[in-house]
Structures are given as structure tokens and as C-alpha cells.
Design a protein. Structure first.
Length: 207
């Protein structure tokens, strides 16, 4: 007679998998709680303790997962940002490969503006966390490399190419975007149209 088995049932997940699933759930609860607090009280008016209470998790869990408030805010846009970057690398043209460089450059700015429109409050908070935070973040470095590559493909290497790359990226930050949208009263389409004019001016003058 075969002795009874005291192993876990086949349907039970191993401890490591359960731990990963618990971590994912905690992350989703924490990010969801943070987004609700931003909506309810504003991005500057809540603490990490408020997030822990809203999410129903321990403070230790919150701090182990995110470390500080700036990392937490940044995490709210990390996944959408990665999806946008993936579309630049492997997506359909003209945003992704397969279109002429000038067309891809236009598509990049248009796409990033529309991304900003939905996530600008979080991006702006991240950009304001320390002097030069926008320019020292890996995301800016990625965008700078992308624009630089497309610009060089479109007009070749020029003495002022590096300056032009930063000039093209300058309006694509959260702060200038929110200024144009909320203070100047411009629509998203108007802002995008202005950026297309800027790109055309750079390409025409340098071409």
C-alpha cells in the first residue's frame, strides 16, 4: 500500500510564486491608492502614511516596495512610459521603425504630447524632484538618443545637431506642456501642430 502523500496539492502554487503574486497585488493596491489620493487631495497633499492607510498595507510593505514618495509617484507612470518606449522600438510605423526619419520624428513628438496629456501631473511631479531631474532621468536619455538618431538620419551630422536635439525635446516636457495647455489655453491639437511647425523649420533650414 502506498503511504499517503503530505505534499502540497498539485493546484497549490509554490511559495515563491505565491510571494510574487502577493507582491503584484500589493503593488497594484498601492498604486491604485496613490492615484485615488492624487485625484482627491492633489499630488502635493498626501504622505506615505496616507498611502499605506488608503491601500490597506503596512508601512513597512510600502517603504520596502517604493522607498520614498518620489519613487512612488514615478512608478505611477513607469508602465505606460515603458509601453510608449516599446512602441518607438518595435511598434508600427510611423511611430515605430519602417517610416522615413522625418516622418518618425513628427510621430514621436505627436505621440509624446498625447502621452503627456494623460500623465502630465505625475511626470511634472517627477521632473520637479531636484534640480535637473528631468534631464538626468534615464527616460530623457532614451528620448534624446531616439531624437538624435532620427535627426541625424534626416539631415546628417551638423555642428549644431546636439543643440537641436535638446531644442526639439524642450517643449516635450510636462511643465511647458501644462503651461501651454492650462495657462495659454491651447488645445492638444494646437500644441501638437506647433511642434510639427518647429520640426519642419529645423528640417527645412538644415536640409
Amino acid at each position: 500500500m502506498v503511504p499517503p502523500s503530505f505534499d502540497l496539492p498539485m493546484s497549490a502554487a509554490p511559495p515563491a510564486e505565491r510571494e510574487r503574486a502577493d507582491a503584484r497585488r500589493n503593488r497594484e493596491r498601492i498604486l491604485g491608492a496613490t492615484a485615488r489620493l492624487v485625484e482627491r487631495v492633489g499630488i502635493d497633499c498626501f504622505s506615505m502614511d496616507d498611502v499605506a492607510a488608503e491601500a490597506g498595507v503596512g508601512k513597512g510593505t510600502l517603504y520596502r516596495r517604493f522607498g520614498d514618495r518620489s519613487s512612488l509617484i514615478r512608478a505611477l507612470i513607469s508602465e505606460p512610459e515603458q509601453e510608449f518606449q516599446e512602441s518607438l522600438i518595435r511598434g508600427a510605423p510611423p511611430l515605430g521603425p519602417g517610416a522615413p526619419p522625418a516622418e518618425r520624428l513628427h510621430a514621436f513628438g505627436d505621440g509624446l504630447m498625447r502621452f503627456l496629456d494623460g500623465h502630465s501631473i505625475y511626470i511634472q511631479a517627477g521632473e520637479m524632484l531636484g534640480a535637473g531631474a528631468r534631464y538626468t532621468h534615464p527616460v530623457y536619455a532614451f528620448y534624446r538618443t531616439h531624437v538624435g538618431l532620427l535627426l541625424r538620419q534626416a539631415i546628417g551630422e551638423r555642428p549644431n545637431t546636439e543643440y537641436l536635439v535638446d531644442a526639439l525635446l524642450a517643449p516635450l516636457g510636462a511643465e511647458p506642456y501644462l503651461y501651454q495647455r492650462d495657462i495659454r489655453g491651447m488645445s492638444l491639437d494646437e500644441i501638437c501642430a506647433g511642434w510639427h511647425v518647429l520640426v519642419d523649420a529645423v528640417l527645412t533650414q538644415q536640409g
